[in-house]
Ligand binder design. Structure first.
Ligand SMILES: [Zn+2]
Length: 193
C-alpha cells in the first residue's frame, strides 16, 4: 500500500494508547519507514536515460525494510527515543508488522509482481511471504482502506484533540480540531456520562 496509507495506519495504532506527541509520531513513523527501501525509485528516475541508470527500486524494495530484523531494530530505536518506552516500542513493533500485512494484502505491482515479503532477510532468503488473493496497489480496496483511515484520523482529532497536521503546525492542528468541534459538537469529556 502507499506510504500515506501506512502512515495513517500507524497513526491509528498510536492512538490506541495514551501517547504524547513525540511517541505518536514515532509509531506512525515506524509504520511508514519500511518503505524507505523503496526510495531508490528516486535515483532510478533521476538516472533514467543516463548511460548507467540505477535499478535500486527493483533491487532493494521489499528487502531491508520488510522483515523481522527491521521490526526489531525499529522497536529498539523507538524504545530509546520514546517517552513511554515500552508501550511505544511494542506499538512500533506491531506497526511494522501491520505494514507487512498491508503490503501482503494489497501491493501487487502493475506488472503483476507480488513483491513477496522476505521476512527472515538477510538470514534466509528462501522464506518469501506472498498471498494469492493479493490485490493491486491502485485497486479500490486500497482507496476504501485509506478513506476509512482518514475518517478514523478525523474522528481521533475531534475526540482527542490532535491530528497528524500537528506534526508540521501546531496552530493548524488546533484550527482543524476547532473546526471539527464546531461542526460536530464538543466531545463528551472522559469520565462523564
Ligand atoms: Zn511496504
Amino acid at each position: 500500500m502507499s506510504p500515506i496509507t501506512h502512515f495513517l495506519t500507524g497513526w491509528m495504532i498510536a492512538n490506541t494508547a495514551r501517547l504524547g506527541r513525540r511517541d505518536r509520531i514515532l509509531v506512525a513513523g515506524a509504520c511508514t519507514l519500511p518503505d524507505a527501501d523503496g526510495l531508490g525509485v528516486l535515483a532510478d528516475l533521476a538516472t533514467e536515460g543516463a548511460s548507467r541508470p540505477t535499478e535500486w527500486f527493483g533491487t532493494y524494495h521489499h528487502t531491508f525494510g520488510h522483515n523481522a530484523l527491521f521490526a526489531l531494530a525499529a522497536a529498539a530505536a523507538v524504545f530509546a527515543l520514546a517517552n513511554r518506552h515500552r508501550v511505544t516500542a511494542a506499538l512500533a513493533f506491531a506497526a511494522v508488522h501491520v505494514h507487512l500485512l498491508e503490503d501482503l494484502a494489497g501491493a501487487k505491482g502493475p506488472d503483476g509482481d507480488a513483491w513477496p515479503i522476505p521476512y527472515l532477510w538477510p538470514f534466509d532468503d528462501s522464506l518469501q511471504w506472498a498471498w494469492s488473493g493479493q490485490w493491486a496497489l491502485d485497486a479500490w480496496p486500497n482507496f476504501l482502506i485509506t478513506a476509512a483511515l482518514l475518517s478514523g484520523t478525523l474522528y481521533v482529532a475531534w475526540r482527542k484533540g490532535h491530528s497528524p497536521v500537528g506534526i508540521v503546525s501546531g496552530s493548524a492542528d488546533t484550527a482543524l480540531v476547532a473546526a471539527l468541534r464546531r461542526r460536530f459538537g464538543e466531545p463528551r469529556a472522559a469520565g462523564t456520562a
